[in-house]
Ligand binder design. Structure first.
Ligand code: APR
Length: 234
């Protein structure tokens, strides 16, 4: 169990496994999206350039699926902790907006969001609903692109800086449900560790970076979070 008052800054670092109990599919492993779909056809700029409509339709299916899912108790443990503790930051690789739906405010989205679209020449804007309002920019007619970091894309520099600043100054770092394969995010636990944070991994399975953590909790996110933060009532 963790007594949250013992820590000044708490960072949660979440991956697809955080949303698994909400029934949002993970990317890899059993039921993973990349077992069913070839990312080269749906999740890279080249695929979008070749067939934007096909890529947008794929993302609409994902939006629809996510809308049918609800945050689970683990998401609420984190958002409740945010209400009672002055410095809780969530650095997520997830694009599903589930933390925000549970009430979390301090969320750094490393890989963008399925709920935003961008025009390469104009703005990034929110488009909430199971289907996109428009496939093309109203101002210039260009195909709109989901505001998601796809394979081969660079991460937003400012977002990375915000994440690194939080991670390198936290005193406890809790990683939940990530396979630790996709960089630069997979390097974040090491940054936390090298800066003196106590590092915990929550994952029912070992990940390729399990050895970095001070503690490995082989449980699902909801169970592990309720055990770690017994004083948080949701
Ligand atoms: N609780 C905690 N962890 C879980 C749970 C659960 N209930 N269920 C599964 N997991 C773990 C799996 O064991 C696995 O290690 O979640 C991890 C999910 O791994 P991935 O599917 O690889 O997801 P993630 O690490 O978030 O992927 C990183 O890859 O495709 C890109 O951009 C995409 O953000 C994504 C990135």
């Amino acid at each position: 169990m963790i007594n949250s008052v013992d820590y000044k800054k708490i960072v949660f670092f979440t991956g697809a496994g955080m949303s698994a109990e909400s029934n949002v599919p993970t990317y890899r492993g059993k039921g993973g999206i990349w077992n069913k779909y070839n990312w080269e056809e749906y999740a890279c700029q080249a695929a979008f350039d070749q067939d934007p409509e096909k890529v947008l339709k794929f993302h609409e299916i994902r939006r629809k699926a996510v809308l049918g899912c609800k945050p689970h108790s683990g998401h609420f443990v984190i958002s409740e902790l945010e209400n009672t503790h002055p410095q809780v930051i969530i650095v997520t690789q997830n694009i599903d907006g589930m933390h925000q739906r549970a009430g979390s405010k301090n969320v750094i989205e490393l890989h963008g969001s399925v709920w935003r679209l961008k025009c390469p020449k104009h703005d990034i804007f929110e488009d909430i609903g199971n289907a996109y309002r428009n496939y093309r920019c109203e101002k210039c007619g260009t195909w709109l692109r989901p505001d998601i970091v796809w394979f081969g894309d660079m991460l937003n520099h400012e977002v990375i800086q915000q994440a690194i600043s939080a991670i390198s100054t936290c005193d406890i770092f809790i990683s939940i449900g990530t396979s630790g394969i996709v960089y630069p995010a997979a390097g974040f636990p090491e940054i936390a560790k090298n800066n003196g944070a106590f590092c915990i991994e929550i994952n029912p399975e070992p990940s390729v970076i399990s050895h970095i953590y001070d503690q490995n909790i082989r449980e699902c996110a909801s169970v592990a979070l309720s055990q770690l933060f017994k004083d948080i009532s949701i």
